[in-house]
Design a protein around this ligand. Sequence first.
Ligand code: NDP
Length: 309
Amino acid sequence: MTEKVKCLIIGSGPAGYTAAIYASRADMKPVIYEGLQPGGQLTITTEVENFPGFPHGVQGPELMDMFKKQAERLGSDIRYGLATKVDFSQKPFKVIIDDNHEIEAQTVIIATGASAKWLGIPSEKRLNGAGVSACAVCDGFFYRGKDVAIVGAGDSAAEEASYLANICNKVYMLVRKDKMRASKAMIHRVENTKNIEILYNTETVEILGDKVVDGVRVKNNITNELKTLSVSGFFVAIGHNPNTEIFKGFIELDEQGYIKTIPGSTKTNIEGVFACGDVQDKNYRQAVTAAGSGCMAALDAERYLASQH
Ligand code: NDP
């Protein structure tokens, strides 16, 4: 049987839960589906030191648990389940959960986030959270004064390498080709930063360390020469994949698959469907910016519903 919902929120990271908090307080009776990774990317990080309001820091999973409890206390209906299909071609909007439950929603807030790309080698998985990270801004601070490596050659890698260079003793930038993809300005910046050493034609063979990272084995893909770099942090910055597969064909995406929103709002090209957090932001990608845009989405949705009467 089709369930009718006023406000449906898809995704449960900082954006989704913040949208739920605001939507609950506005009496929109939001139903929120948590998706594959309840709590989102922060649940796979350790300490979060840059979320305001926590002077001593907070563990990522604990922070997301607090988001969830706050949304629940205010009346959000939080459910475990994955949106597997949508149809935004008519109103109310149709969303199928877990391939078997049909929902008709007056308004939909998409907060499905993005997933960091990984190299896919076993040592990267084994040492994740123990020196391996996909977020320099989140975790760079823990390697203050130490040597680290970062893999990637796009704007993110260049920007994160510069960020790390300010904190760390030395940054090895591992670039698999003989050139970088980043913008000229960013390449210029990393090339001219004294404590960044760029290793071109270099691939990661294995990240070393028993319990925590203590080095990385790299290979020059021209000469096949192997060497070990002694580092305590290993950062992966090879891009993100926005979680937008099910929305293809129903909503306007940019060339990288991120949902396009009207600047200064969370409005998509479909009136009544809003997007917030990393699924529409490839630039800032912070918990606090995602939460901020979740708030915007709930306010935009509230105004939309009010305009329908
Ligand atoms: P990109 O897709 O631009 O770059 C990914 C980089 O990772 C490429 O250099 C690629 O190498 C490398 N890479 C991919 N897979 C591997 C692998 N298995 N091993 C080694 N290297 C790998 O992603 P970004 O996150 O850097 O940027 C995404 C978008 O966001 C871009 O459009 C970028 O311009 C934009 N952006 C803008 C910023 C700004 O304006 N301030 C800041 C950050 C991002 P290769 O080149 O060899 O394919």
